[in-house]
Ligand binder design. Structure first.
Ligand SMILES: Cc1cc2nc3c(=O)[nH]c(=O)nc-3n(C[C@H](O)[C@H](O)[C@H](O)COP(=O)(O)OP(=O)(O)OC[C@H]3O[C@@H](n4cnc5c(N)ncnc54)[C@H](O)[C@@H]3O)c2cc1C
Length: 468
């Protein structure tokens, strides 16, 4: 992100929030540029004020202030959204990053997480009790955004999406009041929160059911990029037949010149699968035999604690790089789609650019499409094509590559996409297609809980949206 010299705001115009206990950061303040930066370094937005909340009362005060003055509200959880939806020009940013505590009740397997925590906070707190909440694959991602959009990760086949383990949420509504949504209280709102993103309010805390996970058998298998087609077919077949306790995402990967990898693989682009098995290690040889028969160039599968797997990519993906991505859901990996992967996967625009296929079958598929707002329960994979690089000069070529790859593949997809992996400018039709048959009900809930669309810096469900 470029550092701009901000003129100090005239004192008379500085926003104050009565009774606010956290920190208010405005243009001209020394920490302003840090406070407005998010994970994607390509995002360069200038909010009116950043309200770093320390508790629910602060969140209520910040929302009320913004509403009273008619200001745009942006809500920042972990700040990971590639479209930069945690920050907005001229907005009041309700920054939850100081609200990251986690409380575990091991007897009931309940995990209460504040709205600004990241997954590393959760893993740290739950691991000593042999518990985990299904999350993603990078531990610095925010619990807030990831959960509200669905939550796809290694444990989705065994325990479902993150929302499938969500029991309740406390949230501040557009009128500044706090409610608890769960199966009995505001059940429609609870339904909508599970996939509907930040459209309904600011979640100050989530309650999850922790799942039994301690050590897992996990790690990468890497294959010659020329064998992409063969590997993808074998992977797809294996997942269809294997128990839900085994999962793993497929991705292209340029091997970094690090001592963890054999020198002959350094800087080589490979087709990789990042496996995770949550069960006895003795099962793994038989389960992975079909993939090992393909003679991977590297087989790094071994036992590791769950938090080690969750943080394995963190050093490779620090905050501040340029990101652009495009997403789809995939019902079936057809030969035509595989041919497109072979083509674009062999010409990644930058070393970190990639395509990932995340399995969302198993337990995630056994939840009905109308049971939560997340609608693509029929899909076998969520797919994301990602351009990543530290150098802003590479943003344009990698964006072009990602768009062209996506344009070629989209006709082979299930329509819509995973809302958490959309950019900020994909438009209402993409959002509508992502929610399929749940769209009308979501608009109905939105009209009841946020009729003025106070929460619109998200994959927006506008209350004015015509229901077809
Ligand atoms: C490196 C990387 C890896 C990822 N891996 C995965 C993965 O494995 N699985 C997966 O499912 N997703 C993954 N994602 C996508 C991720 O789920 C989204 O980017 C998500 O929006 C991040 O949430 P956040 O809280 O960090 O983001 P933010 O940018 O802070 O917020 C994103 C959106 O969520 C809203 N929001 C956040 N917190 C709250 C809250 N407490 N209350 C109300 N609204 C809130 C914001 O208003 C905004 O609209 C990944 C993203 C990155 C960059």
């Amino acid at each position: 992100m470029t550092t701009l010299e901000e003129p100090a705001a005239p004192t008379g115009l500085r926003i104050d929030i009565p009774g606010f206990r956290g920190e208010l950061v405005a243009p001209g303040d020394p920490g302003y540029d840090d406070a407005r930066s998010v994970y994607n370094g390509a995002i360069d937005r200038h909010p009116r004020i950043i309200a770093r909340c320390v508790d629910t009362a602060d969140v209520m005060a910040a929302v009320t202030l913004a509403r009273t003055r008619g200001l745009t509200i942006a809500v920042r959880g972990g700040g990971h959204n590639a479209g930069g939806l945690g920050v907005w020009d001229d907005a009041v940013v309700v920054d939850l990053s100081a609200m990251h505590s986690v409380h575990v009740d091991p007897a009931e397997r309940l995990v209460r997480v504040e709205g600004g925590a990241v997954w590393a906070d959760v893993d740290h707190a739950t691991h000593p009790f042999g518990l985990a909440v299904p999350s993603g694959w990078v531990s610095s991602t925010g619990v807030g955004g990831l959960t509200l959009g669905g939550g796809i990760g290694y444990l989705a086949r065994q325990f479902g999406l993150t929302i499938d383990c969500l029991l309740a949420a406390d949230l501040v509504l557009a009128d500044g009041t706090l409610v608890t949504a769960d199966a009995d209280r505001h059940p429609d709102l609870f339904w909508a929160l599970r996939g509907g993103g930040g459209n309904f309010g600011v979640v100050t805390s989530f309650v999850f059911r922790g799942q039994p996970v301690r050590d897992v058998v996990a790690g990468p298998m890497m294959f010659d990029i020329k064998r992409t087609g063969e590997v993808l077919r074998a992977y797809d077949r294996l997942l269809a037949e294997t128990p839900d306790t085994l999962s793993g995402w497929f991705g292209f990967f340029e091997v970094p010149p690090a001592e963890d990898f054999p020198a002959e693989l350094h800087r080589r682009t490979v087709a990789a699968i990042m496996w995770c098995y949550n069960g006895p290690a003795a099962d793994v040889p038989a389960l992975l035999a079909p993939m090992r028969a393909l003679e991977p160039l590297l087989d790094g599968v071994g036992e590791m604690p769950w938090p080690a797997l969750q943080s394995i990519f963190d050093p490779l993906l620090p905050a501040g790089m340029q990101w652009y991505w495009r997403t789809d859901f995939v019902d079936e990996l057809t030969d035509d789609a595989i041919a497109i992967h072979v083509d674009y996967g062999s010409r990644l625009p930058t070393p970190l650019s990639t395509m990932h296929l995340y399995p969302v079958d198993g337990a995630a598929q056994r939840v009905g499409a109308d049971e939560t707002a997340y609608a693509h329960r029929q899909a076998r994979y969520a797919q994301v094509i990602v351009g990543v690089d530290p150098d802003p000069a590479n943003l344009e070529p990698m964006t072009e590559w990602a768009r062209a790859y996506h344009d070629a593949l989209h006709p082979h997809s299930a329509g819509g996409g995973y809302v958490n992996m959309m950019m900020d400018d994909e438009g209402p039709d993409r959002v509508r297609a992502s929610y399929r048959e749940n769209f009308e009900r979501l608009i109905d809930v939105k009209r009841r809980y946020d009729p003025d669309n106070a929460f619109h810096v998200n994959q927006n469900l506008s209350p004015d949206e015509a229901v077809r």
